[in-house]
Design a binder for this molecule. Structure first.
Ligand code: UDP
Length: 318
């Protein structure tokens, strides 16, 4: 297939490029680098099956030649107010990437008769009142809350995707991505794994926000990409959760990082995150298991060990 990936220079986009090139596909990457990095795709520069366009998908996009599939992964995604690349500090761009960007990509998909896969998110469940979150749960999102620019843009993107499927018969899929980590994460994006692993490798205390009793479930990037590619090849049109169902508190997560890195500096509790930090999050992956025959294989310890070399290299410790 000839596949367009938006957000190709991002954390997930760049891994998708690698895996799909490995599967023998031709990739057209697109990114405007507001959160992605040229470093993430530098190794593909000489690959004749990879081409790249620096574009903002919120504007009209033109892709020469045929396009068999489009994966729309362009968007800021970090919820951290301290991060320059987080959606708090890029609120309008975030809404435009989710709304106008999705519309433009669906337009390309319709005109080329391509498969369209939308990167959606567990954030569409907001601060969930049911646990774990199955795809049937409609969510608990405040449209004017601090996370709304991302959550509502992705919710709109899902609705628009289903509209193009139902009304224009475009072959669409929607993946709801839960917390993911691995090499090529932005060390400065303020999320739990980059912050804590960076602190641990520098021998600093780990900053746990609040009392650390809030839970998350962390999926290693290779597992996630494997699930997304299975969804791409499937005929499933309704949203599918992809994530790791092993839930832990953020305090347990921090303790695991200190143990694996042998960091002796301990943990410090800080009051850094604003309201609306979801208290519990865990994917119900029954649909992914049944429809895609997918479940994660890499446990937290192995995933962190596979992430450390990248972090050491970025920190100048390698
Ligand atoms: N968190 C933390 N310390 C940090 C960064 C994040 O305790 O240095 C917590 C944060 O409050 C949240 C969880 O880790 O409860 C996951 O945060 P992240 O930013 O990775 O993404 P989220 O799951 O909130 O979208």
């Amino acid at each position: 297939m000839r596949i367009l990936i938006t957000g190709a220079a991002g954390f997930l986009g760049s891994h998708l490029c690698d895996h799909l090139l490995n599967d023998g596909h031709e990739i057209i990457g697109m990114d405007n680098f507001i959160t992605g990095s040229p470093d993430n795709i530098a190794h593909l520069a000489d690959n004749e099956k990879f081409s790249f366009y620096k574009r903002d998908v919120s504007n009209y996009i033109f892709v020469p030649g045929n396009v068999d599939a489009i994966l729309h992964f362009a968007s800021p995604a970090s919820p951290n107010p301290q991060s320059k690349s987080g959606y708090f500090n890029l609120p309008i761009q975030t809404m435009k990437a989710g709304a106008l960007g999705t519309h433009n990509c669906l337009g390309v998909a319709r005109s080329h008769n391509s498969k369209f896969l939308l990167a959606s998110t567990s954030e569409i469940y907001g601060d969930p009142e049911v646990h774990p979150q199955a795809e049937t749960y409609p969510g608990n999102v405040d449209p004017v809350g601090t996370r709304a620019v991302y959550d509502e843009a992705k919710r709109f993107a899902e609705s628009l995707t289903m509209a193009y499927h139902r009304f224009h018969n475009v072959n669409t899929s929607i993946v709801r991505i839960f917390n993911t980590y691995g090499p090529r994460m932005d060390l400065e994006d303020g999320r739990a794994l980059p912050n804590l692993l960076k602190q641990a490798l520098l021998g600093q205390p780990l900053t746990v926000y609040g009392d650390g009793s809030q839970t998350r479930s962390f999926c290693f990037v290779d597992d996630l990409v494997d699930g997304i590619i299975k969804l791409l090849y499937s005929k499933e049109h309704f949203p599918v959760n992809i994530g790791n169902p092993v839930e832990m508190t953020i305090l347990q997560f921090a303790e695991a990082i200190n143990r694996i890195t042998e960091n002796k500096a301990g943990i410090t509790f800080v009051d850094a995150r604003s309201a609306r930090d979801p208290q519990r999050r865990r994917p119900d992956i029954t649909r992914a298991k049944t429809i895609l025959d997918w479940e994660p294989r890499v446990d937290l310890e192995e995933g962190i060990r596979r992430t450390i070399p990248f972090f050491k290299q970025k920190l100048g410790l390698a």
